[in-house]
Ligand binder design. Structure first.
Ligand SMILES: [Zn+2]
Length: 135
């Protein structure tokens, strides 16, 4: 089994993994767990964060299309919508990805909103129901 080199920068690692198959290095890998303080996107709960843009869908190897999604998050005790968020969508199976860089921008916007340094471009009304109304 091959040994994974010690990467000095993230770019080094990216370049390496672009031309090497991780299956050849499986036994040299260690399991890690980490917490991510994501403001979960309520409309796209299965959105996967990628550090760099892959050529094909990492899950099924089909083509990826550039798309724009709405990011719906709970922030500062209320719901908010962020429009025009760039994302990648797998052409065949609809797997969705967002780049880490984009997520950083989302986090920055949420911080600005929290400190009221940013005003919304519009405010929409959301209908609220109770399931008891169907009884
Ligand atoms: Zn896919």
């Amino acid at each position: 089994m091959a040994k994974i080199p010690d990467f000095k920068t993230q770019d080094e690692a990216v370049e390496f993994w672009e031309v090497h198959d991780s299956a050849d290095y499986w036994e040299d890998m260690e399991e890690v767990t980490f917490e991510i303080a994501l403001h979960q996107n309520l409309f796209h709960p299965k959105l996967i964060v990628l550090t760099h843009r892959p050529e094909y869908c990492p899950r099924c190897q089909h083509d990826l299309d550039d798309t724009v999604i709405e990011y719906v998050a709970r922030n500062n005790g209320h719901l908010l919508v962020i429009r025009d968020v760039p994302a990648l969508r797998c052409r065949v199976n609809g797997h969705e990805y967002i780049l880490e860089k984009t997520l950083d921008d989302v986090e920055r916007l949420l911080d600005l909103e929290k400190t009221r340094k940013l005003q919304p471009s519009e405010t929409i009304q959301v209908p609220v129901f109770s399931l008891k109304m169907t009884a």
